[in-house]
Design a protein around this ligand. Sequence first.
Ligand code: ZN
Length: 187
Amino acid sequence: MARSNGCSNLECKNGVTPGVILIGGGRNSAPLINNGVMQKTGMRWGWIRCTACRPEEKDPPWKPKSLTQEQIDERRRWADAKAAYVEPQQKRLEKIKLKTPDVPTLTPSTEPNAELMRMIEQNDKLMLQISGLTDTVGKLSGQVADLLAENARLRTAPQEPQTALSPPSGSGETPKRRKSRQIAKPS
Ligand SMILES: [Zn+2]
């Protein structure tokens, strides 16, 4: 895609391009970031001077980025929105790798796998134990429900002898039944 101003930077728009800006630290000391030092202080997207068509002496030579049109649009949106800059995970990992060159981070070896397998095995065992415990809990709660039912039955039980003890219980029972039948009848 050819730029109207003939800039070789596809992202360039009238001499400015989406880039990351350091926030904080004063205007003069806050450098435009594309080529600068990444710091942990706040960074955000914004429109910065295009070093392809408006280079200054201090600028390193501009290098074209391999960006898709979608990426370019996205970066432009971020610049418009002054979105907070989040360093890509891949870049961060690369940095960590660079900082610790002696530690082989990505070389696969059998040791971690063996350990992983052991951990998975342990996990499986724990899961089995947990499912066993869940069964026990289920059984116990069943027992508790039984006990509660028993308890309820026992609590209502003492009333039965009381009514049984009262002498007119036998005679009192029959009218009760009649009553309930009368109620049940739709009248
Ligand atoms: Zn430009």
